[in-house]
Write a protein that binds this ligand. Structure first.
Ligand code: SF4
Length: 324
């Protein structure tokens, strides 16, 4: 009996996966897996220290997303060493690393301090670049010029927490900046040829599903290289947990099935040129209030999303309309 040959279709991003995947993007750049290693360099945030606000964004608890080896009392070098060790059992084939300055706002310090920390990371053997997670209001021309210089020699990305395209939501979650601030930062960064990323949360209070979905057309027009999406999770000890416990009817948390449907529809409208790094976030269950999605790991979630894309014979950007 002859087995029918499966046809392999190569999408605009150069491989057969049905979305523009982050891991493939790095393989295409470096020909091998590149592993991110998180660092908590002891930064704070203007939305916590009183410069912009006190108490921070209502959902914020950095501990819920920080890997265990990230402790700011350890040097950058120590954290990279331990991070590489931590990832080794799972990703033994990785030989190149990106130092991911993850916790709080990683450009919120004088330029000299940034230089010292970033250059320590870049001098570690195997580190080929930096990912700098920050807020849209924590950059200026001087810092961007420095990032531009670094990006001529290394991989460099600045990732902005944007979270929502709606100012009413940003106000409600106490972000302390507007969507216009975010657009300006993204445009200024991208204009210098720096890889620019953004992070968004789906399920924030006060945003109906339709409104959440319509953000895709706004995001698609931004000069973004990468995006990360998370479903809202209510983290213990946050202001949002208090709000949630007092008024649960204000929150429409996604079930896994709802999120899968929502995300596929979103992905179909997303600009195919934007690389998608994450679909979901998974804070450890001990940090969560309310129901989580059980014990689904990131790789299982990615497989389930890819399986659904296949079943529906659809892909990222299938319904994208280029308005640029
Ligand atoms: S900007 Fe980031 S670190 Fe600062 S309070 Fe908000 S989520 Fe937390």
């Amino acid at each position: 009996m002859q087995v029918a040959e499966k046809k392999i279709f190569i999408y605009p991003w150069g491989h057969e996966r049905r979305f523009n995947a982050y891991s493939n993007y790095f393989r295409s750049l470096y020909g091998a897996r590149v592993q991110k290693v998180s660092i908590d360099a002891g930064f704070t945030c203007p939305n916590r220290d009183g410069t912009k606000g006190i108490g921070g964004c209502t959902y914020c608890n950095n501990d819920a997303f920080n890997p265990s080896y990230c402790i700011p009392t350890k040097t950058v070098t120590q954290q990279i060493e331990e991070g590489i060790e931590f990832h080794k059992w799972r990703y033994s084939e990785a030989v190149s690393y990106l130092a991911y300055f993850q916790a709080y706002s990683n450009s919120y310090a004088p330029l000299d301090t940034l230089k010292k920390l970033f250059e320590e990371a870049l001098s570690f053997p195997g580190v080929i670049g930096l990912i700098i997670g920050t807020r849209p209001d924590c950059i200026d021309d001087e810092k961007l010029e420095y990032f531009q210089e670094l990006s001529k020699k290394y991989y460099l990305a600045v990732e902005y927490g944007i979270e929502s395209c709606y100012n009413k939501t940003l106000k409600r979650i106490n972000r302390g900046h507007s969507f216009e601030d975010a657009v300006l930062a993204v445009k200024q960064t991208a204009a210098l040829g720096i890889n620019t990323g953004a992070h968004f949360i789906f399920g924030l209070p006060g945003e109906p599903r339709e409104e959440m979905l319509n953000q895709v057309d706004i995001i698609s027009e931004l000069p973004l290289k990468t995006v990360k999406f998370h479903q809202l999770q209510i983290i213990k000890g946050t202001m949002m947990e208090k709000e949630f416990l007092e008024k649960p009817e204000d929150f429409k948390l996604f079930s896994w099935e709802e999120y899968l449907d929502f995300f596929i529809t979103f992905l179909e409208r997303l600009n195919p040129a934007i690389v998608v790094e994450r679909f979901t976030g998974e804070a450890p269950p001990r940090f969560l209030t309310g129901e989580g999605w059980g014990k689904k790991r990131t790789d299982q979630i990615v497989s389930l999303i890819e399986k659904r894309l296949e079943e529906l014979d659809t892909r990222q950007g299938k319904k994208y309309q280029d308005k640029r």
